[in-house]
Design a protein around this ligand. Structure first.
Ligand code: SF4
Length: 673
């Protein structure tokens, strides 16, 4: 994209960068559950059963509806599955379930044309509806490109006609991993390519006066996904469109990783008022997805009451007040904010640092540091560093009665630090007022706690700036991410390159129901912190993170912090699994297989392994995985090195050994000690 285009686009993807304001989209009827406009943000998910298994699919759909799904998506890989949607729909309606059904289509226009007469919505992937994907790089002339578009239009128009006739809605669902060769040749594997891929189809629909559209821009990389949705909104508005947005991160994985990755992508967009429906893709039972999506979305129900929704007339367009700052920040490209390196502790080119509060823990027991990633051996009286070991612990005014490992730095409140006899590895935390006074500062590292509004105060102007200074940025605002982001924008305006640790505090209410309490607390912490802090990290803001949640065990806070850094790709501390959520095409038990692969490869820090249920979509959807384990037939697996299939159709019985062999050949294998 040209620099001029970026300047034009800069910062204009949402109503407001400072207030919560939902971008109001066109209302689209989907059965009797409309989406967009002022409707609530809808929750949905997809079945994993074989679509020909009517009872299995009906029963799974019911479990999903009861868990909170408002739409149910079912794969229709060929005409016979598309036809069976009628039977599934009939049985669901007979049992009293009216949730609209969505047919998921890849590669098969004929199945789409059948399904569109039966279900309330069809999803098409513009990368493979009428296009091919062979990882070919073809140079198209403008005339050839136009010719291809006309060819696609001919294949696509019959579906649009059927949808118009039957009142069926359509999602144009672009996936980063399955862009067509045509799009790739012109735009590359970029957010712009993703946007253009959908826009081509949307323009064809509008040319036929068909407007019942929903759009998505999914990727397994939350950074790419966020940029693509932002660019989509900007592009739609420029062309007078405001279709509802379906948000999702593909192949997010399972457990903590899946929740954090999803929240970074989906939450970041929800914070800026974007999104009309959410699907969280986890490699778990589909009914496990809705509660996660609900927890993500619920935060904004309250927020929107507090910050009135604008643009009620639902006209396309952004309320550009508060939308742009006089800054160089480009929301469509990642660029880490430039900061100085504070005496080799934090900032500059260093990975973001992690701070953990241990001030309320038993500081007489060295084993307490296990929670911070320093594994204490009482026999050897030694610490071993785990892959996820924090960089700083905050001890406030509490003094430990054991010695700390040399590479773990301790933070104390200023007055306590001042009175320490041994200050090696110990650093002071000041308030702004303390720091501007006549005080003894550390020659190495001084941390100053701030709220975003402090930057406007006279005291801030009195701060002595030298390279020992680091800010700890807190917030008390309900719309805290935007509050903290405004501080980064102001710092940019003022040309200040002080490193910043983003601190968020969560005071969860204690629940009486202890059985679900622990899991719920953990999940909420993962989702909220990944949204609030992840949304800043995906834009390159933040040199460190500090999550404060007194009710959550410290080891969970540590793994959440590292999980957020991994999901935002700002600090890699573990293997990344890009595993699909599975669907009716899946050729093996994804959950079991993912666990099996994880059990032998989880020590391969930094490696990305794709685990995909089918060869039809799997290789494309693995995006930038280093290796792929893809189902290619019953009991058969094809192994990939990047995008190249290196072992085809081998038996699943020794496929994992073979995969490890390939990793070993490449010199990427590490023996476990
Ligand atoms: S990659 Fe997984 S979720 Fe996607 S179509 Fe194949 S089996 Fe289904």
């Amino acid at each position: 994209m040209s620099t001029d285009a970026i300047k034009l686009l800069k910062g204009r993807y949402c109503n407001s960068l400072t207030e919560y304001s939902r971008f109001v989209t066109r209302e689209v009827a989907i059965g009797d559950v409309p989406m967009g406009g002022s409707n609530p943000i809808r929750i949905q998910s997809m079945t994993t059963t074989d679509t020909m298994d009517t009872i299995g699919t009906v029963e799974q759909s019911i479990r999903m509806i009861e868990a909170g799904c408002e739409y149910i998506r079912i794969t229709a890989p060929s005409i016979k599955e598309a036809q069976n949607l009628a039977e599934i729909k009939k049985q669901l309606r007979q049992r009293g379930y009216t949730a609209p059904l969505v047919a998921d289509i890849h590669f098969t226009p004929n199945a789409a044309e059948v399904a569109a007469r039966i279900v309330e919505k069809v999803r098409v992937n513009p990368g493979n509806y009428a296009d091919k994907k062979k990882f070919d790089q073809i140079d198209y002339t403008d005339a050839e490109y136009q010719g291809e578009l006309e060819r696609i239009n001919q294949k696509f128009a019959p579906l649009v006609k059927i949808c118009k006739e039957y009142g069926t809605a359509m999602r144009i669902g672009t996936n980063h991993g399955s862009l067509s060769d045509r799009i790739m040749s012109r735009y590359g594997d970029t957010p712009q390519g993703m946007v253009e891929s959908a826009m081509e189809f949307m323009r064809m629909c509008e040319a036929m006066n068909y407007y019942s559209l929903v759009v998505s821009m999914k990727s397994s990389n939350p950074q790419v996904m966020v940029q693509a949705y932002r660019l989509l909104v900007e592009t739609m508005v420029a062309e007078g469109m405001n279709y509802p947005l379906h948000l999702g991160v593909t192949e997010a994985g399972d457990g903590e990783d899946g929740r954090i990755k999803s929240a970074v992508g989906i939450g970041t967009l929800l914070e800026d008022g974007l999104g009309d429906t959410v699907r969280v893709s986890l490699t778990e039972e589909p009914e496990a997805e809705a509660p996660v999506a609900i927890a993500l979305v619920e935060r904004y129900v309250k927020r929107s009451q507090e910050s009135r929704i604008k643009n009620q007339d639902s006209k396309p367009g952004l309320d550009t007040q508060h939308t742009s700052y006089n800054i160089q920040h480009n929301p469509y490209e990642y660029k880490k904010r430039e900061t100085y390196e504070a005496n080799a502790f934090i900032g500059g080119h260093m990975v973001p640092r992690v701070v953990l509060d241990l001030s309320k823990k038993n500081l007489k027991d060295p084993a307490i540091l296990n929670d911070a990633g320093y594994l204490y051996s009482p026999i050897l009286d030694k610490y071993n560093m785990a892959e996820q070991s924090v960089d700083f612990v905050y001890l406030a005014d509490e003094l430990p009665s054991f010695s700390f490992p040399g590479n773990l730095k301790q933070l104390y409140n200023y007055n306590t630090w001042l009175n320490l006899t041994d200050k090696i590895n110990c650093h002071p935390v000041f308030s702004l007022q303390e720091y501007i006074g006549d005080v003894d500062r550390s020659s190495a590292l001084n941390l100053v706690k701030l709220l975003p509004a402090d930057i406007e105060t006279e005291e801030f102007g009195l701060l002595p700036l030298d390279k020992s200074l680091v800010f700890i940025l807190e917030t008390q605002a309900i719309h805290g991410m935007a509050d903290q982001r405004s501080f980064f924008f102001k710092m940019e305006e003022l040309g200040l390159d002080v490193p910043v640790i983003i601190k968020r505090s969560y005071d969860f209410e204690l629940d009486i129901d202890h059985t679900t309490h622990h899991t719920q607390l953990t999940t909420n912490l993962q989702l909220y912190a990944a949204t609030d802090i992840g949304a800043l990290l995906v834009d390159g803001f933040g040199d460190g993170i500090w999550i404060d949640a007194p009710q959550v065990p410290a080891n969970i806070i540590t793994s959440t912090a590292f999980g957020i850094l991994q999901a935002t790709r700002s600090r890699i501390s573990k293997t990344e699994y890009i595993s699909c959520p599975s669907c009716g095409r899946t050729l093996f038990d994804l959950m079991e297989t993912t666990q099996m692969i994880r059990s032998r490869t989880s020590h391969l820090k930094g490696l990305k392994i794709g685990i995909m249920g089918c060869i039809v979509n799997g290789p494309g959807e693995m995006a930038d995985a280093d290796y792929g384990y893809v189902g290619s037939g019953p009991g058969k697996v094809t192994l990939y090195r990047g995008k190249e299939a290196v072992k085809k159709n081998i038996t699943s019985l020794n496929a994992l050994d073979e995969l490890i062999g390939i990793i070993r050949e490449d010199g990427n294998w590490i023996e476990i000690e």
